[in-house]
Design a binder for this molecule. Sequence first.
Ligand code: HEM
Length: 524
Amino acid sequence: MVLDLLSHNPLLTATVLFVALYLQWYRNRLKSVDHLPGLRVAFSPLSLPGALLPTSSWNPGLGWYWQWRTTAYMNHENDIISIVPFVFGKPLYYTCSSKVAQHLLSNETKVNLEKPKLLSRVFLLWGESLISANGNLWKKFRRLLAPAFTPQTFSLVFRESVAIYREMLAEQGWDRENEAAIDDVGQLALRMTLVVLARCGFGVPLSWSEEATTDGSIPFGESLNVVCHTHIERLVIPNWAYKLPIQRLQHMDKAWKALGVYMRELIAARRSAIDSTSIEAQTEKGDLFTRLIEALDEDARIGLEESEVIGNTFALMFAGHETTARTLTATLGYLALYQDEQAKAYSEIVQLLGSRTELTLEDVTKMDFIHGCFHEALRLHPAGPMLPRDLTKDVYVELQHPYPRTMCLPKGSRVIIDMIGIHHNPHTFPEPERFKPSRWEGVPEHEVTMFGWGPRACIGRKFATTEAVTVLALFLRDWMLEVALEPGETIQTYQERVMGQSRLLGLAFGVETVPIKFCRRHPL
Ligand code: HEM
């Protein structure tokens, strides 16, 4: 009778067939992750529709890493979960276990893990880079760039951080004030880290206040800022749309083009300045950029294409600028909130300086507690929130939760190292939501896992910490930090409103707007 009904109703037949095929398709997807518990949602958070739609119970979006951080892994009682979309996107494994992350990433060259090209598309718009490349190309970039992070570089980072702090005080007029209130300390941090990176990494003499261009083009800093904040739009908006009379789109297009022009001009200028001395000799006086440009003229085995120089320039600019700025902002916010921790940080400075007033790089390297403050803010708000990898062979991992066992992650699957899940995991970090810098006391640098694990761990870690600890020490030496409360607001509601609202901002993760008051420790 059912067959009879179907044979007389083609629409019904098609519907039944569609439902049967869909169920089979979905069953296969569940099977591909071995029915591991997790999230069953419409879109993968890594797909374009998933990323563009807001976070809701049926679409994790880009906000779930933070908003569901305590619940997504069933209160961290599962080291690994799966996300299986029922409409669009590849099934994924997510892990909140630092042991699993360490096992995968420490062996990543041995087991041939790959960074998914699809997720590096925003970098690939500029060319291959250390961040996007895999295999031999990655090795070539890493070998080329790693020697640029020398003690001379860190010494330059220290000097430029001190210089930019002074320029900031003068330009903002705070060198003549006993108090200052700032609506968003993040804007200051972004400018600082951009200037330090431009000067130390690329030899670009940016100053605190960017001067307007004479030909109406967008200045360098602004174009970089627009590019960092419009990468998803750039991937989805077709080229013809930029010709429409829509001011926002036209401005965006102008900024992307301007940044391309700046980068090419930068390359041409540096290329003509470089004489025939060797890379080693250039690096003595030079920087990251010198190494990249020198490699342009080398043979294909170690040399770079122009697009690779541009790709690496952009990647380093992004990786070194926003990440450090967002973490610096969060640290200042927490120190303003936690007055007792601020007092400990200040006493570290007083003890180290003694009767001196000026900091040295040696002082900065000894500031363990202030390093701890920076690391703790980074743990709470990891600037690189997820590290995706594709598996090119089966990999076995040891799990502890919900019970000890060995699990096979099959070839072809995609695993996301969830940096927020890992660094808010109470099994690794008791009282994970508390700002507690002392938890980093005596922890060796390579165990500060917010910079990643293994051969692909952050190449700029020391660059970032030297800069950030210098700037924090200067602020704390001169000023007491206080939270800038809204009328009727308490410390607790400030903490929830300001520090509780992290998200992906541009290309890094962090707190959005942090209002702070500065009061001079020794009034003028
Ligand atoms: C607070 C600041 C920073 C944080 C939290 C951070 C975080 C990270 C993390 C987690 C990775 C590993 C990515 C992965 O395994 O997929 C990474 C890689 C990288 N970082 Fe950083 N980073 C910071 C600052 C910097 C700075 C200042 C630079 C350069 C000046 C830089 C350049 C890079 C590059 C080029 C890579 C790719 C390395 C590779 O794949 O070999 N980062 N960073």
